[in-house]
Write a protein that binds this ligand. Structure first.
Ligand code: AP5
Ligand code: MG
Length: 218
């Protein structure tokens, strides 16, 4: 099963992909997390993309596709994958088709988490992340048991530099200009499932499970 999670910044792609990873036993591959890991480790790729992420712009397609190609070639992706944040342009979507075709596979479903702009801004302002495992929290909707500490591994909770209000506004513009055309692209291919992202985390997850289990039935 190969799944793409789509939706605006703050829609809940990472939150839901984490839950699905455990249920489906498929790797959750998030392009943003891979970039942030490279930035943290100060790799060549990290140095190349740091300023781009801080501004909220998209990393060039060739760089992003190369990174995803490399990640998808790892053995844990052989049985399927949950992609989060990739593809984000038509060129990336076409490259993804090629990556699947090279292994005689295909994309099975695109889960589009739909949500209103005003809700997104509030969610991103309240988001905190575990410095170690990247688990997202939200001070309003899903706070950790102990303030500032990750429930899973006790890691320190931090905020993302690109969650500053002015950068969030820019990320939303970039999303509507460059990524939202993919919704119609995938709808036309019959792959798109729309999920109401304005419900609670558990309800959104319930709708996703229903969509996926419907899709896997003969
Ligand atoms: P990326 O990391 O992908 O960020 P994004 O798309 O902007 O999305 P977010 O991670 O901010 O939101 P999310 O949908 O995962 O929401 P979350 O689950 O955390 O990309 C970052 C940057 O990397 C880009 O700007 C770009 O520079 C670069 N990049 C990445 N991929 C690229 C690509 N393919 N090409 C080029 N450049 C690329 O939830 C948000 C908050 O809401 C959390 O606090 C959460 O707890 C809370 N929440 C979640 N669900 C709910 C709910 N149902 N109810 C209430 N609260 C909820
Ligand atoms: Mg995310």
């Amino acid at each position: 099963m190969n799944i793409v999670m789509m939706g605006a910044p703050g829609a809940g792609k990472g939150t839901q992909a984490d839950l699905m990873e455990r249920r489906l036993r498929l790797p959750h591959v998030a392009s943003g997390d891979l970039f942030r890991e490279n930035i943290k480790n100060n790799t060549d790729l990290g140095k190349q993309v740091r300023a781009i992420l801080d501004r909220g712009d998209l990393v060039p397609d060739s760089v992003t596709i190369g990174m995803i190609r490399q990640r998808m070639s790892q053995p844990d992706c052989a049985q399927g994958i949950i992609l989060d944040g990739f593809p984000r342009t038509i060129q990336q979507a076409e490259a993804l088709d090629t990556l699947f075709a090279e292994r005689a596979d295909r994309l099975n479903r695109v889960l589009y988490i739909k949500i209103d702009n005003d809700v997104l801004v509030g969610r991103l302002a309240g988001r905190w992340f575990c410095k170690i495992c990247q688990t997202p929290y939200n001070v309003v909707s899903s706070p950790p048991k102990v303030a500032g500490v990750c429930d899973r591994d006790g890691g320190e909770l931090i905020q993302r530099p690109d969650d500053r209000p002015e950068t969030v506004a820019h990320r939303l513009r970039v999303y509507f200009d460059q990524t939202s055309p993919l919704i119609e692209h995938y709808r036309a291919k019959g792959l798109l499932s729309e999920i109401n992202g304005e419900q609670g985390i558990e309800q959104v997850y319930g709708d996703i499970v229903q969509q996926i289990e419907g899709a896997t039935q003969p």
